[in-house]
Design a binder for this molecule. Structure first.
Ligand code: NAG
Ligand code: NAG
Ligand code: NAG
Ligand code: NAG
Length: 545
């Protein structure tokens, strides 16, 4: 995931360097809870922007941030570039630990009414910072919405959980809660409506959006949610052995311990870039995504610490104990191509279904696990031996995409239909155009469909992309997303987009196939036996909490 986004920002950054920096006219000084900020008119004058505004302050590594940063005088939110600490290579370390800033993009035309707000969750410390150049706002603000993006702590810095107050876990999600509270308190100053807030994100960030649906801490902070290719029900979305994971990382540093205090002292005493230099190697035969071990967890009760999550996402969603808002939720038609790109051919060919079994499945006997692995092998490989041939790797990549993304999203949709009682707009994104960058970067252009992350550059502008290419599709796609943000309905009566996107129901479980020409289709594709097998497998063996 990160490799791809990194190369992409490098690509975009490089081209930015040759563009002369011209100082833009300033935008009005705005009074916020922390102090005054000054923004600027964007170079192409499509919007004004305020970038790098502190919304919370990291004072202790691994702990909840201070929610009230404030400053004297006027904060220059014109050209701030603050990113969260990240080690790209041993010689390329960037960012700060105190990195919690937000960016606000506002359409230039005046408006008589408060504008709807869309809050995009982008990977903290992965994507760029300040006035985003990878995730440009042009396509969205054109529709009259305010776009907010923000940094948060990800991976180890956001998700180390030792079960002690010095490192309780989930602080990355708590950063996001602070950002949402900041939006609620401050967005009116930018002309935004604090009661008209839509969250959206893709991949890991979609997982975090779905966590805000289930956390009592996020209740009342948003009105709608869009989840693109990621759900809290995914096996990699929850770490149920956070202390063990921390112990494995300590082991990489030559310390054998699972004592929380010892681990805390060890991690806390290192410089941040030394700390980020260590990784837990994945098991032989497992999939690349299993390397993401510092993820949200069910928090232990700790005196004086408010938990973000006290039960498993599956329990909370299936019991209907969550924040009920209208949702858009979906996946891309060829998610797996991306995972093939993240693995290399050698690694991918070494995958075996037994060792790559999702970590949220528990089997009463090894025999049953072997049986399940064999069946997966049949379903995905059709009896062929795994080799480094492209046709073989393509099949394996479908296994990765289904296990990590598609099946968990389908399972979430099913549970929403039973428990949400608000509109559920389901989709499958299948558009294959010029900006399917994830697929193209990995050299999979000849494969049909859209890979994981392929929808992003039809939502976000980048200065290096030819502006008029794909205009028609971008207009259609961003109209659906912004209509939902305005009306909780992507195709209201006033819309000219056809067909109408009907919400899915238990009786009519249908999704919108988003493509050159949209159409409504069944959510579960009858011809896809593998997805049904995942459903049966989870019904039998889903890990209980
Ligand atoms: C590590 O930090 C702890 C307090 O967190 C301190 O007591 C200890 O002396 C430090 N150890 C080293 C080697 O710096
Ligand atoms: C693939 O990755 C493995 C382990 O990360 C590495 O040892 C190997 O050299 C890589 N192979 C290729 C062809 O890049
Ligand atoms: C959200 O904003 C839109 C557009 O301004 C408006 O039509 C709608 O009524 C608002 N929704 C709510 C719930 O306030
Ligand atoms: C998936 O499994 C659940 C039971 O866990 C069942 O209710 C549902 O009908 C299944 N869906 C499909 C499409 O088979």
């Amino acid at each position: 995931m990160e490799n791809y986004l990194m190369s992409l920002s490098t690509l975009v950054l490089t081209s930015l360097l040759v563009t002369p920096l011209v100082l833009q006219p300033t935008a009005a000084v705005v009074q916020l809870s922390g102090g005054q900020v000054e923004g600027e008119v964007a170079p192409d004058e499509t919007h004004t922007q305020y970038c790098g505004i502190p919304y919370a302050m990291v004072t202790h590594r691994f702990q909840e941030a201070d929610p009230n940063p404030n400053w004297e005088g006027v904060y220059n939110a014109r050209n701030e570039h603050i990113r969260c600490s990240k080690r790209f290579t041993p010689n390329r370390n960037l960012g700060d630990e105190d990195c919690l800033t937000a960016n606000v993009y506002i359409p230039v035309e005046p408006s008589d009414t408060l504008r709807p707000v869309m809050v995009f969750f982008y990977a903290g410390g992965i994507s760029d910072d300040g006035c985003s150049i990878t995730y440009g706002p042009k396509y969205l603000v054109k529709h009259g919405v305010i776009l907010v993006t923000f940094n948060y702590r990800a991976h180890l810095l956001g998700f180390l959980s030792l079960g002690i107050k010095e490192a309780p876990g989930n602080v990355g999600l708590k950063d996001q809660v602070q950002a949402l509270k900041w939006v609620k308190r401050n967005i009116r100053a930018f002309g935004g409506d604090p009661d008209n807030v839509t969250l959206f994100g893709s991949s890991v960030e979609s997982i975090t959006v779905s966590y805000h649906l289930i956390s009592p801490m996020s209740k009342g902070l948003f009105n709608r949610a869009i989840m693109q290719s990621g759900s809290a029900l995914a096996f990699w979305a929850l770490q149920f052995q956070p202390l063990e994971a921390a112990g494995l990382l300590a082991q990489q540093m030559g310390h054998t311990t699972t004592d929380p205090k010892e681990i805390y002292n060890l991690f806390n005493n290192m410089t941040v870039f030394d700390l980020l230099g260590y990784r837990i190697p994945k098991k032989e035969g497992d999939v690349v995504i299993s390397e993401l071990v510092f993820m949200p967890c069910i928090e232990k009760k700790i005196e004086g610490v408010e938990p973000f999550l006290s039960d498993s996402p599956y329990n909370l969603i299936s019991q209907g104990k969550y924040n009920k808002v209208p949702v858009i939720i979906g996946f891309n038609s060829a998610e797996g191509l991306y995972f093939w790109g993240l693995e290399n051919n050698t690694r991918l060919a070494k995958i075996d279904f037994y060792n790559a079994m999702p970590r949220d499945l528990t089997f009463p006997s090894d025999e049953e696990k072997v049986k399940t692995a064999n069946r997966l092998n049949e379903l995905y490989m059709a009896g062929e031996k795994i080799t480094e041939e492209k046709s073989s790797l393509e099949k394996l990549s479908r296994f990765e995409g289904d296990a990590a993304i598609t099946y968990p999203v389908l399972a979430t949709i099913d549970l929403f239909l039973q428990t949400l009682s608000k509109p559920v707009y389901a989709y499958k994104f299948n558009y294959d155009g010029l900006f399917n960058f994830a697929k193209k970067m990995y050299g999979f252009s000849e494969y049909p469909g859209a890979s994981h992350a392929d929808e992003l550059f039809y939502l976000f502008s980048s200065d290096t992309l030819p502006l008029n290419a794909e205009k028609k599709f971008i207009d259609k796609f961003t109209t659906l997303w912004t209509n939902f943000a305005k009306y909780s309905d992507p195709t209201p009566a006033s819309s000219s987009i056809s067909p109408r996107w009907e919400p899915a129901t238990v009786e009519a479980p249908r999704l919108l196939l988003i493509d050159k020409k949209n159409s409504m289709e069944p959510i579960w594709d009858d011809s896809n036996e593998a997805l049904r097998f995942w459903n049966t497998t989870y019904a039998l063996y889903r890990r209980k909490y």
